[in-house]
Ligand binder design. Structure first.
Ligand code: SF4
Length: 219
């Protein structure tokens, strides 16, 4: 059995796969506590599912591009994922904070896409996680990996250098995602362009993609 906050089919609203229909499985719990987090992933109101029940839901949603494992941090449920992923009939799209590299090692064979965050202390209010991200990317890079960075006006030049160097090391796309406050961006378009240009000057595989689902009002 696994505790799941919600399961729903919707449209991917972030990153390079924006617009694809996915089946989202939102797992409970997270190992981080980002200052900007607006996701409900606590166990209150969560439901317990058996492996068979989840597999049946997959069978009923085979028109989806992939199944998004999201949270919270889905890799906290690594024991369940080890059973589930080899039997999952949809390609697996892992949305992760990019820190639990040991857990990733156990399931990476059955994952197709990895959307891994780079957490900036200026935006999260947390300590630096560069070492964890580096170890995580080293494992995830055997699959379709990209990095996603939520930023706001407090982003520093040092962070820009470190995150671009990290993506360069693994030759992966760097997706800049402005922090949102409700349906509005926390930074204006001039600042966004400035940050994009700074990143592009170091690393050309950088794109800026806002959270599209917030504009079209889907889950
Ligand atoms: S990693 Fe994601 S789910 Fe966890 S606290 Fe940070 S924003 Fe929220």
């Amino acid at each position: 059995m696994v505790k799941v906050k919600e399961i729903f089919a919707s449209i991917q609203g972030e990153g390079p796969y924006v617009g694809y229909k996915q089946l989202f499985i939102r797992f409970c719990g997270c190992n981080l506590n980002c200052g900007y987090c607006d996701t409900e992933f606590d166990a209150n109101g969560a439901a317990e599912y058996s492996l068979d029940e989840i597999l049946k839901i997959i069978d009923n949603n085979l028109d989806c591009h992939s199944v998004s494992l999201t949270g919270g941090e889905p890799l906290l449920n690594v024991e369940f994922l080890k059973d589930f992923l080899p039997q999952c009939k949809l390609p697996v799209y892992l949305e992760t904070n990019g820190t639990l590299y040991k857990n990733l090692e156990d399931v990476i064979d059955d994952v197709t896409y990895v959307s891994a965050d780079i957490k900036l202390p200026s935006c999260t209010g947390l300590d630096e996680l560069w070492e964890e991200h580096d170890k995580f990317f080293a494992i995830a890079n055997q699959k379709k990996l990209f990095a996603k960075v939520v930023f706001d006006s407090k982003i520093t030049d040092s962070e820009i250098t470190k995150m671009t160097q990290l993506c360069k090391k693994y030759d992966i796309e760097l997706i800049l995602q402005p922090k949102m406050e409700g349906v509005n961006s926390a930074v204006d378009s001039i600042f966004m362009s400035k940050i994009l240009d700074k990143c592009l000057s170091i690393y050309p595989k950088t794109r800026l993609i806002p959270q599209v689902h917030k504009f079209i009002n889907v889950q």
